[in-house]
Design a binder for this molecule. Structure first.
Ligand SMILES: Nc1ncnc2c1ncn2[C@@H]1O[C@H](COP(=O)(O)OP(=O)(O)OP(=O)(O)O)[C@@H](O)[C@H]1O
Length: 876
């Protein structure tokens, strides 16, 4: 079954369905002016303009159009062909929504250009498509195409009927009324109407025809070579019933003619009149919704795409075409093919169209094949053709003016009157430009050089059109009052009933056959469940005829039977209702599930989209992270380099500092040396002076002593006296050291402060000329001693003191010494004690720095100049 197969196909559809399938559609365009004022707040869409380049005709022809991208073409002025002064002489680029080059197929053009309009039509929205261009540019080819490769129009018809094929209402259920709207009728009424039309083969012409009436007409028979488009639009509201009405007009010399005005069944007299007068022009009318329509135009209900295509062929034959210099079949009129789709919801049982006119939604798609603008100088036309060309050009000019005014009104905020009424063409489509539906345009171009100049005007027009925006039309609102899926539920119910009936019939036949067989073999027939419910009447009739039953009994029996039948019928009806309700519930649930499935699928799609976006973001962040890491590495490297530089600088600074320190030390050394030199010199000088003074004093003392000794000797005779070893006030010895041995006991005295040493008073004091030794020290001839004392210090140097004193012979035995001064000697660091030059009394004094001063510098003693140069240049 075609319906079920399509249903199953639709169930697979994962795309969101139409606004709501479980709805009753209400007309929202009841008050056009009101809705228009409300629509003022709607979003606007620019008029979308597409461009199609037809293939070059002759081989020698050259093209002045270059396709830059999918949206841009470049018009290059031809060098060879002469163009007027006003024409642009530089290459210009023009942008379109999409550019189709000569390789693009009719299907490509249809899918992108017209399919969205078909989708809108099926969802209750209006659409308008213009084919615009100069003569011989391929407009008619784009709209009509060929039977083998249909253009936009045949494909549109195919898709419409593919999509609603099983949802079509019965013929004449919807019928056009006189006010450009539709009435809705029951199926019985529609059938009666159809029969009434068929029967008398009416002489009275009916404006509302169905193609069922025109089946016998050869002209309307579909082209057998036609290749149909098999695709369809998804998401159609299945609980609506649809009807398609076709009308086909042309605007010729600014008059509207009906191309479907069939004169074949007109009376001879009328035909003669028409032949004399020509076809009757139609008037334009405005309905109560302020929509403009062709008054008295024929609108034919079609049930298949082929029927509609046949109408197209029929009308196309009537369209005015003639041969011009530029086109063998040049259209001399604007052709308007209108497809009106009527839809209304089914009743609660999903059985019939709801008998409520206000629930009807009508949408219209108008496909307009404009006559080509032409320069009469090029077409070399005259007479009628000249008039036609003038009319074509002027109507196109009005179209241009209208669009220009619209553009000005929209961009400059002015409120100029748009001259729609100046031409039938613009007047008819006024509402589309004012927000009744989507408007699209395809610009057809013949890219040969000869058409360059006219093409520049076409380009200007296309740019102008693209700058105009049209309010976005809204799909009609739908109120949900009935269950969703009632059409399918009804179909399932009907098919179940049919199936049951067939089964019952089969079982009855089977039962009858078995009963006959039983009778034939003389066996009592077995009662079938069907018979149990309502036993067969025949035996009772037989009984009555055999007079076994009285008439009253038979009547009672019949009454009982009738009552039983009534009860059974009631039970069956109840079951049927329950079954139907169950089916509706199932269908409703299924639809709900489908809706939720669609919702979840949409959500899933959304989530997947989000995931994609997040992944994309993560990728970008990772990239950024990598970049940052690289940057960080670079900075770290730079930091390391800087640290190294800093270290080097610090080292240099340290070296400089050390150099400065050394220089300072050297200077201090020099200062110290100089100071010490001067000090020792001065000290020497002082000691020299002191010695001289001492000598004088000693001489005086010895003279005095001698005098005193003489006096004492004389006075005391041989009485011995004791002397004390006096430590000099400078002496700091602690008892460790080489002190003179007691000459008498041949051992060293441990000298402590105020040690008592016997000293012979007889001995005279003499000055020692050589360094003191124990031997010499013990000698009574010596009168002067040196006592060396040394010890290691903390910093590893040796500290040596040389005590000097005067020796005098004790009066008894031994020598008494009186230390008069001490010399301090310190060796340089790590210098062995043995290496210390012994200080020799009387030798030339050597400068030895003081301990405190030595500790300040570790530089060995050297010549001043040498040391200075070393301190200044440590590397050398
Ligand atoms: N895309 C195309 N591919 C192949 N042939 C094309 C194409 N476009 C146009 N043609 C051919 O160019 C010729 C003129 O095309 P068509 O009649 O459609 O032009 P037009 O614009 O309708 O002209 P006019 O305005 O005079 O009616 C026809 O023979 C048609 O078959």
């Amino acid at each position: 079954m075609r319906f079920s197969s399509k249903m199953s196909f639709k169930l697979q559809d994962q795309k969101p369905p139409a606004p709501s399938s479980a709805t009753l559609v209400k007309i929202t365009r009841k008050n056009s002016s009101r809705t228009r004022s409300l629509r003022g707040k709607n979003a606007r869409d620019p008029v979308e303009v597409f461009c199609r380049l037809r293939p070059m005709g002759e081989l020698h022809e050259k093209s002045c159009v270059e396709q830059i991208s999918d949206e841009v073409i470049q018009l290059c002025p031809p060098g060879t062909v002469s163009v007027s002064r006003s024409a642009n002489r530089t290459a210009t680029q023009h942008t379109f929504k999409k550019v189709y080059n000569s390789d693009c197929t009719q299907k490509d053009v249809f899918n992108q250009l017209s399919l969205p309009l078909v989708h809108d039509l099926l969802h209750g929205k209006n659409g308008l498509l213009f084919a615009y261009g100069i003569t011989n540019s391929g407009k008619t080819h784009t709209i009509n195409g060929t039977p083998e490769d249909g253009g936009i129009l045949p494909r549109t018809l195919d898709i419409i009927f593919n999509s609603i094929g099983d949802l079509l209402a019965k013929p004449f259920v919807f019928r056009p009324d006189k006010s450009n709207w539709f009435t809705v009728h029951t199926e019985a009424n529609a059938r009666a109407h159809q029969d009434a039309i068929k029967k008398p083969k009416s002489k009275k012409k009916n404006k509302n025809k169905s193609t069922d009436d025109t089946q016998g007409d050869d002209s309307s028979s579909p082209d057998s070579s036609r290749i149909t488009d098999q695709s369809l639009v998804q998401g159609i509201v299945e609980d609506n019933s649809y009807s398609v009405f076709i009308s086909y007009f042309e605007i010729y010399n600014n008059y509207v003619y009906d191309l479907l005005d069939d004169t074949s069944d007109a009376p001879q007299s009328l035909l003669a009149l028409r032949a004399h007068r020509g076809p009757q022009a139609k008037n334009m009318r405005e309905d109560t919704r302020h929509n403009l329509y062709v008054g008295g135009g024929i609108e034919i209900e079609t049930r298949t795409a082929n029927e509609a295509y046949a109408l197209l062929g029929r009308g196309h034959k009537m369209r005015r075409q003639s041969q011009t210099n530029l086109n063998h079949t040049s259209s001399r009129s604007h052709a308007i093919f209108n497809i009106r789709l009527v839809q209304s919801p089914l009743d609660s049982n999903g059985e019939e169209v709801l008998q409520d006119k206000s629930r009807i939604v009508v949408s219209q798609l108008s496909l307009v094949d404009l006559a080509g603008s032409e320069r009469t100088s090029r077409t070399k036309s005259g007479g009628t053709q000249l008039r036609e060309a003038g009319s074509i050009n002027s109507s196109l000019m009005v179209l241009r003016t209208c669009i220009e005014t619209l553009r000005d009104n929209q961009t400059q905020g002015c409120n100029k009157l748009v001259p729609y009424r100046d031409s039938r063409l613009t007047h008819l489509f006024k509402n589309f430009f004012e927000g009744e539906g989507k408007v699209r345009m395809i610009i057809c171009l013949n890219p040969r050089n000869e058409d360059y100049e006219e093409m520049t005007y076409v380009m200007k027009f296309s740019e102008l059109t693209q700058s105009v925006s049209v309010e976005r039309s809204e799909a009609p609102k739908q109120d949900i009052t009935f269950s969703v899926g009632r059409r399918r539920a009804n179909l399932v119910y009907k098919s179940s009933l049919q199936q049951l009936e067939e089964e019952r019939k089969m079982k009855l036949a089977e039962e009858e056959a078995i009963a006959t067989l039983d009778l034939a073999i003389g066996r009592e027939p077995v009662k079938h469940p069907f018979s149990v419910a309502l036993p067969p009447l025949a035996p009772d009739i037989d009984k009555y005829l055999m007079r076994e039953l009285s008439i009253q009994e038979f009547i009672k029996l019949l009454r009982d039977r009738s009552t039983m039948r009534g009860r059974l019928k009631e039970a069956v009806n109840k079951k049927q209702t329950m079954f139907r309700q169950m089916l509706v519930a199932i269908e409703e649930e299924r639809d709900q599930l489908r809706l939720s499935n669609t919702k979840y699928t949409t959500e899933l799609d959304g989530k997947e989209e989000e995931i994609k976006l997040v992944n994309e973001r993560v990728r970008n962040l990772q990239k950024r992270n990598d970049q940052l890491r690289k940057t960080t590495d670079t900075y770290l490297q730079a930091k390391k380099d800087l640290e190294l530089d800093l270290q080097a600088a610090e080292q240099r600074f340290e070296e400089e500092k050390q150099c400065g320190e050394r220089f300072k030390c050297v200077l201090q050394d020099i200062l110290y040396h100089e100071k010490a030199k001067w000090e020792s010199r001065m000290r020497l000088k002082i000691s020299h002076n002191e010695e001289e003074l001492l000598m004088i004093i000693r001489e005086k003392d010895s003279a005095l002593e001698e005098i005193r000794n003489l006096i004492e000797d004389e006075q005391a005779g041989s009485q011995a006296s004791s002397y004390y070893l006096m430590t000099s006030p400078y002496t700091k010895h602690n008892g460790i050291g080489d002190f003179p041995r007691n000459p008498d006991k041949n051992s060293f005295n441990t000298v402590s402060k105020a040690s008592k040493i016997p000293f012979p008073a007889r001995l005279r004091k003499k000055t020692l000329q050589s360094p003191p030794t124990c031997k010499k020290f013990s000698s009574r001839t010596t009168d002067h001693c040196n006592l060396p004392y040394h010890e290691p210090t903390v910093n590893g140097t040796d500290f040596t003191q040389l005590y000097r004193g005067d020796l005098t012979c004790a009066r008894g035995s031994g020598t008494a010494g009186q230390f008069t001064e001490v010399d301090t000697v310190q060796t340089p660091e790590r210098t062995a004690v043995k290496d210390i030059p012994r200080f020799v009394v009387g030798s030339k004094p050597t400068y030895i720095p003081k301990l405190s001063e030595r500790s300040k510098s570790s530089i060995p003693v050297s010549t001043s100049a040498n040391r200075l140069s070393r301190a200044l240049n440590p590397r050398t």
